[in-house]
Write a new protein. Structure first.
Length: 77
């Protein structure tokens, strides 16, 4: 991921706003955890269900302003 990011910045002039650095770091950590757990077949279904559940619990693919207030709070968390 770091190599791709460096290439995007160097070749295409990608600019990442400071408020997006946490999301970028979280995705890098997620990739690292996924690579670390790739040989642990027993834990993969639990991780998949947890990830899918958190995506849909935070509104899935809906626009955040259209969600109920408690779902918006979970989405911010």
């Amino acid at each position: 991921m770091t190599v791709t990011l460096v290439l995007a910045v160097a070749l295409f002039g990608l600019r990442i706003p400071p408020d997006r650095w946490l999301s970028l770091a979280a995705s890098g950590i997620g990739l690292g955890v996924g690579a670390w757990f790739r040989d642990y077949r027993t834990i993969q279904p639990l991780l998949i269900v947890t990830v899918a559940g958190s995506i849909f619990a935070a509104g899935g693919y809906a626009s955040v302003p259209t969600l109920p207030p408690f779902v918006q709070a979970f989405d911010v968390y």
